[in-house]
Design a protein around this ligand. Sequence first.
Ligand SMILES: NC(=O)c1ccc[n+]([C@@H]2O[C@H](COP(=O)([O-])OP(=O)(O)OC[C@H]3O[C@@H](n4cnc5c(N)ncnc54)[C@H](OP(=O)(O)O)[C@@H]3O)[C@@H](O)[C@H]2O)c1
Length: 264
Amino acid sequence: MSEYTKRTNLTALVTGGSSGIGAALVEELVAQGLRVYSVARSADKLARQAERLGSAVMPVVADVSSPSGWQQVAEAVSEPLDFLVHNAGILDPVGPVESLSLQGFRQNFSTNTESVLFLTQKLLPVLRQPGARILAVSSGAAFRAIPGWAAYCTAKAAMNMVIQVFEAEWAAARGIRSALVRPGVVDTPMQAHIREQDSRRFPLVEKFRALKRNHALASPEQVAKFMADILLCTCDAVFAQTLWDFYEKEELVHKMEDCDKKNR
Ligand SMILES: NC(=O)c1ccc[n+]([C@@H]2O[C@H](COP(=O)([O-])OP(=O)(O)OC[C@H]3O[C@@H](n4cnc5c(N)ncnc54)[C@H](OP(=O)(O)O)[C@@H]3O)[C@@H](O)[C@H]2O)c1
């Protein structure tokens, strides 16, 4: 077993905890005995989540796209964090490059990219050193240009580099390890929003509708379990060595075995 599975009293912070993958991850981590700060803008959803899951969940109502939101989150955290999961994200604006507004682009970039950089910077004093792990939710769109998704593709690609710089700067210096996860196509409100797009603004929309019709989407719970295993059941070197991909999740079993061997 890895060092993490042996430890108790672990605390995580998950952004975008009110919906989809993030909500399922909050639930999974609580089920595994962690205390979890769940961050999002929707106060009502966070309140219902906390009521359902009990005192292990600490709701934090904040907008991670803004400096005041980063400050609010930092002020809400009152204990060392073992895990920081950057999951909050938005797709919009969707449409051809000719239609992209600077304001829309900036909102996407501040939510998907700036939040990862500057919220982490704010939380650095409470990230456990050594030992904290940062996991950010990437996307296939960070690696492949998708027509109509200029803002999302650009922001997720930049976010990937932010995480790689964290790893380059902090792995040895602070003992904080950072990694990325690609969740695949997941049955969340973001996917419902994708399927609602007009094909003139998003030419690949039919492909996403077909995935839903063919029951080809992963569930948020499956992805959350995968992410919890990455966080909790890997040794440091294995956690940070890779871009984790939900579609290659059987690899995780072998990598966990590698950790077990190293720990023997
Ligand atoms: N679903 C997929 O197929 C898929 C595929 C690849 C990558 N991803 C990535 O997975 C992550 C989760 O997406 P999802 O599919 O679970 O989408 P979702 O159901 O729409 O959830 C998005 C979450 O982000 C939060 N959020 C958005 N803007 C925020 C802001 N400014 N401040 C604070 N919280 C904010 C939302 O909460 P509030 O609205 O309450 O603030 C919500 O909890 C995203 O980063 C997404 O890019 C998803």
